[in-house]
Structure formats: C-alpha cells, structure tokens
Design a protein around this ligand. Structure first.
Ligand SMILES: C[S@@+](CC[C@H](N)C(=O)[O-])C[C@H]1O[C@@H](n2cnc3c(N)ncnc32)[C@H](O)[C@@H]1O
Length: 727
C-alpha cells in the first residue's frame, strides 16, 4: 500500500516510482515493438523527424514520475504494470483474437514477454486497464480513476495541487508533448526548428484534435487530390495512348567521358525489378551519341550489369574501360546550377534522362517499357508547364526557392557532387510540377483553416521525402519502387532515381488514415523557441536533447522547410520559417557544453522545488556521458535514478560503430543550492570526471588522462545498463 493511502497530498520526501524501480526489460520489448512498426507508428505518418522517442517510453516515464513509491515495491510494480496494461492479464487482454483462440492463457503467460507481445496490440492502441484492474489500482493508490487521464489528474493534484504540466524544450517530432497530452497532462512543447514545431503542433491538434477537425482535414486533402488529378489528366502528362497510366518513372544521370563517343547512362545495377525479372539493356544508335534503352524480361536476372561502381563510370560495352567520377567532375568541380535551372543545361557534365516507365492498365496489370517518342514529348510538356508557373510558384511558396547552405556537413554533398545549389534542384521537373500543383490547390481549399493548411503542408513535406531526385530506385523483390530520401540521416545523391505519378502520392499526401478517436481534453501549447529563452514553468520536464554530433537537425530540416517556407508563415503568422542554425545545439565541444548548461539551468529555474526532470540520453561514447555529469551538476540538478531502455532497432543501425542502441533515462531533482560540491549518491562516479574537466589543464599524460576518464564513466554506463537503479 501507498504510505498514506487516504492522504490527498503526496508527502514530501516520498520518492516517485521511477526513482525506485522501472521495468526496463518489458519497456525495452515494448519500445522495440513500437519502433519495428515503422510507418505504423502513431506519429510517423505526420512526417519525418530523426530520433523520435517511443511513445510507450514517454507514457511509462510520466506515470513513473507521478506515481509515488510505497513501502511495498512488489505491489508497486504490479500496479504500475497494470496501469500500462503490461502485466500478465493486461498483456493477455491485448492479445489479438486469432492468437487467443489457438492458445491457452497459461501457455501464453509462459512465453517470454518479448515473444508474447508480438501477438498483441500496442498498449497505446487499446482502451486501457479493465474495470477489475482499475479497482486494484485505485485500492493501492487511493484514487478513484476509471481512465488513464483521471488517474493522471488525481496523481497530479496530489503532488502539485493541479493537473500535472509536462514540458519538453527539444520537442522534435513531438513524442513527449503528444503522449503527455494524450494521457491527460497539460503539455508544452518547444523546439528551435519550425519543422519540428509543425510536426508537434500537428500531433496535438490533428491527431488529438477530435473527430470534427480530422474529418475536415481528410475532406480538404481528398478534395485537393481530386482537383490535382483532374488537372494532371487534362494535361495528359501521366497517360498514354493505350489508356494506361504511369505507375513509376525511372531516371538516370548520364555522362560522356573524354575518349568515349557516347553518353553512358549511370546506375549501380540495370536490374529494374527482381521479382518481375526486368532488366534494362543499352544499345548504340547509328549517328547518335545517346544510347537507347531496351527494357526486357529475362529468365535469370543479371544484377551485375553496373555502369557505375566504386565511384567509377563503366563503359557498358567494355567493362574494362572506366573513369573516375571525381575526375569527371573536373578540376574546378561542376557548374553550379542557378535558380532558374530545373534540368541540366546542354554541356553540363551530368545530364539526366528518363530511361524507363512502369505503366498500369485499368485491370491493374503493370508493365515496364522504355520511353517512346510520345513519352519524351510528354516530358518536354511537363517542363514547359513548369516553366510557365515557376516564378509565380516560387513567389507564393508552392515550390522551394531557397539556396542550400554551402557550409553544412550534409548539405555540401548535393552542391559538390551534382552542382545543385537550391533546394528545388533536388527534384525533377515532373516532381516540382506535381508538388507545386497540389500545394497551389491546397492553399486555395484550406484558406483560413489552420488544421487543414498545416496538414497539406505536411503532406507536401512527405511527398518531398518520397519523391525527389534523391529517391533511389529499389529493384529488390517486394519493393520495385522509389526509396525514401531520408532512409538515413543524409542527403544522398544517387545516379538512378525515380519519380512517382500523382496516384502513387495520394497515400503519402494524406496525413490521416482514419477519423480516429483521440481528443485531447487538456491544454497543449507549442512554441518555437531557443531552449535558453523559455519562461514556461512545468512540473515535469522531459527532454531529449541533440546528442552531441549525431544528427544535423537544422541542415536536414531545411529540406522540408524549403517546401513549407512562405506557406508556413501564412498558416502560423507568428512563426518565422527559419531554422536559426546559429542557435542550434550541436557539436560536442566547449560551446556545446556551455549551451546545454545554460539550457538546463533555465529549465531548473522553471520547475517547482518538488518537480522532476528526466533527461533522455542516447549516446555510447563514455566521454559524452562524463560531460553530462558535469553539465547536470552545473545546472543545479541531482540524479536520483538512471535506467537504460533499448529504444533503437538494429535495422535503424545503418551506421555501425557508435550507433546508439539504448536510451538512458536519468531522473533528476533540484539540488539544494547550499550543498557544497557534488554530494549526490549517484554521481560520485561521474564527479571524478567532472572535477577533472573543471580543472582541465593539469599536467597528466594523455594516456593517464584517458584511463582516468574511462574507468569511472564505464562503471557508470555499466551500472546504468543493469536492471537496477544506481543507488
Ligand atoms: C533528439 S531531438 C528531439 C527528439 C524528440 N524528443 C522526439 O521524440 O521527436 C533534439 C531536438 O533539439 C532541437 N534543438 C536543437 N537546438 C535547440 C535549441 N537551442 N533550442 C531548442 N531546440 C533545439 C532540434 O531541432 C531537435 O528537434
């Protein structure tokens, strides 16, 4: 039983559940399952953001911070799991009917948890604990809840005297404010980046906005798609004379090296479809320096027919002859495209050509074909249509007009390797025409309807992520489609890529899949702000700050911001469509540390004395860990527990090496101002390191310093990874 079950005020000094225990094995399994759902995750449909935290982890953290620990830890754990439907009975209730029919309850309970939940709905997708579970929960906690928001309200009233207010100063894709609002907290989210702001706003106001808002958004988006489809059909740019409609366009870069009398179309493989057994072959045409594609069905697919490998262009008729791609770019590098370039100019080193179209007929039968004269005329028409609208669309913000920053870590690649200096260069003429058309129609339909306008902007952003010159063509079995631009955290330029016709973008543009049932009743606010300037007070701050140098949010976010730009300012008049890169927390040097200390100090000032902080932290480098110890100490905080949850799937580990697999959740409270030094029970380990850093400049050898540095932090990491709190 809770210490004072009848007491309405959470007594001071009583630790929160999360400061005593946390079911990390079950939570890791649930987080992993949520991540594995990929596009089935609740927030991913709104658009791309990097490093979204699993919603189940956020839910569990908030509940663990609000639920008081009693003197019966075993019972606490049972009740806590019951609330999350992660106890045995809750898991069985979440188990899908098909599995329930063929399995006995005892056999199901005997399975390891991670295996059991492969047959279950995720906790966020079920109604919650059953009536009898609520009876047990209420008896233990002295509450009278029948739904999660009621419990949250009662626990918040007891501890803080009001609905608990949860804030996140680095809200990114919105996981923390979204989940906080969904379970009944007042939620506050803020981020420097407008793309993050839009995603978070949409999570709260579109997903959580209630049936009416969602119905309106779905109606507006469907109408925009219909109008765009009518226009595309009338233009006749996606249909052919056989009454088929284009289903995919495949483009490639081509180059004419010195000493070669024809242009070589480049691709790492000319296998078009593994399952459909389609390949492209090239042949010479008398009197022309352009090769002609032949799209053929073969009995055995030839994966090796590459015309580019190991950064060398290969002669398709003589594989022994090849040219370094870097050398082809020339000693001065490529010509930099200007704003009005939408296709390469004659004379540019890299040309572009349409090399294959997949058609679909009224019966749904698909076939690949090389483009014929009519198709090439269609491409020319697309270019004319775009040029006719280009200036106006840029002025209105229906297509991007901004230049790509030259000095970025990630933005350098398109400029250096293709000469693409503006964000719109990352899209073919066809892609710009389709996206611009939808953006123009959407603005007309969504005028003065903020939710719909925001949804259409996000829809355009999603289209950009799936339909760009950076969308590589995938030939693999079961795929045979264009890939997402951000399948990793970079702007990768490929030699062959694909464009999607309008029909193939319908699902991408439509942000909501159904009317849904969520209406968040509590208050939720989103701001665009540097975390140093926030002045909102929250009872619980949960933050997941940028991880040293892992993701360049401001650079990658600009890919989307280029599309939102002027339209964002129309939908959100107070927001400046600028990532303010100079304020972004990044790097891992002295500046980074100083910014983080400043931000954490600011949040500590804006938290009541009985408030709690959680710092989610995802990095494996022990030196970064040690920095964190120093940062938290300097920000006036003391850690009361640390838990590691496996939040990343191995599939996400495109980058090997120090790619993170787990998230450490540090629980912190305010440190009394007059405590001298670093007296916290958890941090003596890190203190060594922090003290070292503070007295940097002493005369230790590099090796001795490294040894000193590693030992304590390694111990800390190890302990954080164990199933027990560091206490
Ligand atoms: C790790 S991400 C947060 C991910 C988020 N928790 C989620 O679940 O989607 C870190 C965020 O910090 C933001 N950021 C970087 N510098 C900032 C600053 N000075 N003030 C506010 N936000 C900042 C970045 O834009 C990025 O969205």
């Amino acid at each position: 039983m809770f210490h004072h079950p009848t007491c309405l005020i959470h007594p001071p000094g009583v630790p929160a559940f999360i400061e005593t225990q946390f079911p990390i094995a079950r939570l890791s399994a649930e987080s992993y399952k949520e991540r594995k759902a990929n596009n089935g995750q609740t927030l991913t449909r709104l658009g791309k953001w990097w490093g979204r935290k699993p919603l189940i982890l956020v839910r569990a953290s908030i509940l663990g911070m609000l639920m008081p620990a009693s003197n019966n830890p075993k019972k606490d754990r049972q009740i806590y799991l019951k609330i999350l439907t992660m106890d045995d009975a809750g898991t069985w209730d979440r188990c899908k009917l098909a599995m329930q029919r063929k399995t006995k309850r005892a056999a199901f309970d005997a399975l390891p948890y991670a295996e059991r939940i492969t047959h279950c709905e995720r906790p966020e997708n079920v109604i919650g604990p059953t009536e009898s579970a609520w009876a047990e929960i209420n008896a233990h906690l002295g509450t009278s809840a029948t739904r999660l928001p009621e419990l949250i309200e009662q626990l918040g009233q007891r501890t803080f005297g009001h609905t608990p207010r949860v804030g996140d100063s680095f809200c990114g894709g919105g996981s923390i404010p979204f989940e906080a609002a969904r379970i009944g907290c007042e939620a506050f989210g803020s981020d420097l980046n407008p793309v993050a702001g839009l995603l978070t706003w949409a999570s709260l106001n579109l997903l959580g906005g209630g049936k009416e808002v969602r119905e309106e958004v779905m109606r507006v988006q469907a109408a925009a798609l219909q109008a765009a489809d009518r226009q595309v059909t009338q233009w006749g740019i996606e249909h052919n004379e056989r009454h088929e409609r284009a289903d995919a366009y495949l483009y490639c870069v081509e180059v004419k090296p010195e000493g070669c009398d024809y242009f070589i179309p480049l691709a790492p493989s000319w296998l078009v479809g593994e399952k459909s057994k389609v390949v492209a072959r090239w042949r010479r045409v008398a009197g022309s320096d352009r090769l002609e594609p032949k799209i053929v069905v073969v009995s055995d697919t030839e994966k090796k027919s590459a015309t580019v490998a190991d950064s060398r262009a290969i002669d398709p008729f003589d594989v022994g002859r090849s040219w370094s791609v870097e050398a082809l770019r020339g000693p001065e590098g490529l010509r930099h495209w200007t704003n009005d370039d939408v296709v390469p100019r004659p004379g540019d080193v890299f040309q572009e050509r349409l090399c294959c179209i997949r058609w679909i007929d009224a019966e749904g039968k698909r076939r690949y074909a090389a483009p014929d004269a009519a198709d090439l005329a269609c491409e020319a028409k697309v270019l004319t249509l775009l040029r006719d609208r280009f200036a106006e669309w840029q002025r209105e913000g229906f297509i991007p007009s901004k230049a790509i920053p030259e000095s970025g870590d990630k933005t350098d690649e398109p400029i250096r390797t293709r000469g693409w200096t503006h964000w719109h260069h990352l899209f073919t003429a066809r892609q710009l025409l389709t996206h611009g058309l939808l953006a123009e129609i959407s603005e007309g339909l969504a005028k003065s309807r903020k939710a719909s306008h925001a949804a259409c902007l996000l829809g355009i952003g999603r289209m950009a992520d799936w339909n760009a010159r950076l969308s590589a063509w995938m030939f693999h079995k079961g795929n045979e489609k264009g890939n997402q631009v951000f399948y990793n955290q970079a702007l990768n330029c490929h030699f062959n890529y694909s464009a999607r016709p309008l029909e193939k973008l319908e699902n991408t543009f439509s942000i909501l899949s159904d009317v849904g049932r969520d209406t968040f009743s509590s208050k939720a606010n989103v701001r665009l702000s540097d975390a140093r300037d926030l002045c909102e007070t929250c009872d619980l701050w949960i933050t997941d700050r940028p991880y040293a140098d892992a993701v360049n949010y401001h650079e990658l976010g600009d890919f989307f911001l280029a599309w939102y730009d002027k339209q964002l300012a129309k939908a959100f008049p107070g927001w400046t469509p600028d990532a303010r890169a100079e304020l972004a927390v990044r790097g891992d040097g002295e500046d980074f540390r100083r910014s983080i200390v400043e931000i954490y100090k600011n949040l500590t000032r804006h938290m009541p004395d009985d408030g709690l902080r959680m710092v989610m932290f995802t990095h494996q480098d022990p030196a970064v860990w040690a920095d964190l110890g120093m940062i938290l100490w300097a920000a006036g905080l003391k850690a009361t527990a640390a838990w590691t949850i496996s939040t990343e799937t191995e599939a996400a580990g495109i980058k090997q090496g120090n790619y993170v697999q787990g998230t450490v959740c540090l629980v912190l409270r305010k440190r009394a101002a007059n405590v001298p030094g670093f007296l916290d029970k958890v941090y003596p380990l890190v203190e060594d390191e922090a003290t070292d850093r503070l007295h940097a400049g002493t005369r230790r050898t590099r090796r001795a310093e490294l040894q000193r540095r590693r030992l304590p932090t390694r111990r800390l990491c190890r302990r954080a990874q164990s199933a027990h709190p560091i206490r």
